[in-house]
Structures are given as C-alpha cells and as structure tokens.
Design a protein around this ligand. Sequence first.
Ligand code: NAP
Length: 266
Amino acid sequence: MTIKVAVNGALGNMGKTVVRAVSGDPDLKLVAAIDIKGDGSELGTHVGLGELQIPVQNDLAAALKQSQPDVLVDFTTPFAVMQNIETALKLKVRPVVGTTGITEADLETIRQWSQQYGTSVLIAPNFAIGAVLMMLFAARAAQYLPHVEIIELHHDQKIDAPSGTALKTAEMIAKSRAKIGKSQVEELEKLPGARGGNLENIHIHSVRLPGLVAHQEVIFGGIGQTLTIRHDSIDRTSFMPGVLLGIKAIMQREGVIYGLENILNL
Ligand code: NAP
C-alpha cells in the first residue's frame, strides 16, 4: 500500500529535505505541502525537483481535508507544533513530529488527544540513528559512571534550548542511573547560567553557532577517568532514514510513540 504523506514546514531546512526524501521513496506519495509562507506556488521549484504539481499551502486543516493524507510530517516551530498535532489528530491524520520543544506536559496532552481522536502519533526529538544510539549508550554508561554533563551544539537559527535530544538524553540517564548525592561543593556562579540548565542533577549546556548542524557530547566523569560519547549530524540528510522509517512504522502502531528507539529493532 502506498502511504500518502503531507509535509508541514515544507519550505524550511528540514521540510525541504523531507520533501526530497519522501519524493524518492517508492512506498510513499507526497500529496500536500504546507508552510506558513505558503502562497500556492509550485513546491518543486523550492526544492529543485522540477514540476511536482503540489502547491505550497498555508492553511493546514484545509490542506489535510483536501489531500486526505495518511501521515503528516511536521518540522515547523515549537510555537506551532501543538496546534499542528491537534489539527492532524482531529482529522485522523497520523502526525510524525520532528519539531522539538515538546515538554512532558505537552506529551500528556498529546496522549489524551491521541486517545480521544483514536489516531496514533510519533514524536522523535532526534531522527538520526547515530543520535538514538548515543542516547542508549549514554543511559547504559550512566549505570557505571553516574556523574555526567551534556553539551549540545546547534546552528544559530535554532529556537529552543536545550535541544529536545539533550532533554531526552538527560531523562534516559536519570531513569537508568542510581541516585547520586548532591555535590559537596557550594558553587558560586559568577555569571548566571554558567553551569547551564539542570535536569534531575544533570547539567546541560547549549552552544549556538553558524556552521554547526546538530551535535552532542555526553561527558561522564569517574575516579581518574572520563568517558565522552559524541554524535554529529553533519548534514540534514542524516535524519531522513529515521523519518521514512517513522512514516511507515506509525501506520502499524497505536497511541503515542515517543522516541525513534521505540520503533527500531535495537
Ligand atoms: P526552519 O528552517 O526554520 O523551518 C521551519 C519552517 O516551518 C519554516 O519555513 C517556517 O517558516 C515554517 N513555519 C513556522 N511556523 C509555521 C506554522 N505555524 N505552520 C507551518 N509552517 C510554519 O527550521 P528547521 O531547521 O527545518 O527545523 C524545524 C524543527 O525541526 C525545529 O524545531 C528543529 O529543532 C527540529 N529538528 C528536529 C530534528 C529531529 O531529528 N527531530 C532534526 C532537525 C531539526 P518561517 O521561516 O517563516 O518561520
């Protein structure tokens, strides 16, 4: 069965990459493109694919009603993503969401919507398989080296900080490691924020610079040793195998799936 796909945020960096990936997959059919800047112009001209005969629209609900996709891929902004998810779920279109900035409380709301509208949804803070492995390895390492800090590095156009990947890594580490006592040192932060954000006693530091794509280091410290686990997405195509897999997997799954690791056979 061919899966019909709509892409929201289709004129963004990730959206354009998703459009190219979906167009090249024989099991998928791109049926709609939506972006806040959509003006009805031909999608193909924006992504260098020639004539796709798909106009870029700016009204998500109208585009979904008209094109009736099975799946909506969303790479937009943290400000719009919750509304986009609700719109798709209400119309029984399964969202595959890469947009970051979704909180624990948001996830709870999404679980209620998914149940209410009887539609499944996949949310993945990181669609790169290497990043998923980094998170799993970090959670495992934390069982033996519980003292850990995270440095995430992204391009300077990224809105949310810390990254969804860093938050998810910290959540996974916090679940897997034994409780550690509070530091004996009374810290004096001379510049507010110098020690980064703190999630369950794990400090997270966010770097934003032009030239970067998406990178993360998880640094563990033990007696006389450190261990660094690092992942680098050097190109946005790194996320595409995960996105394509996610689109296919959500057709077979129920409820809310949070994290690509839950559909990979690791
Ligand atoms: P981007 O280049 O800014 O693209 C976002 C696109 O969505 C832009 O064209 C933007 O238009 C448009 N947009 C904004 N609000 C919208 C709305 N309400 N409805 C429809 N379109 C809207 O950003 P990006 O680099 O592609 O990243 C997009 C999101 O994906 C971010 O949250 C980022 O953190 C996340 N991301 C996730 C992964 C992952 O693996 N999960 C990987 C990379 C990035 P304007 O330019 O006019 O705002």
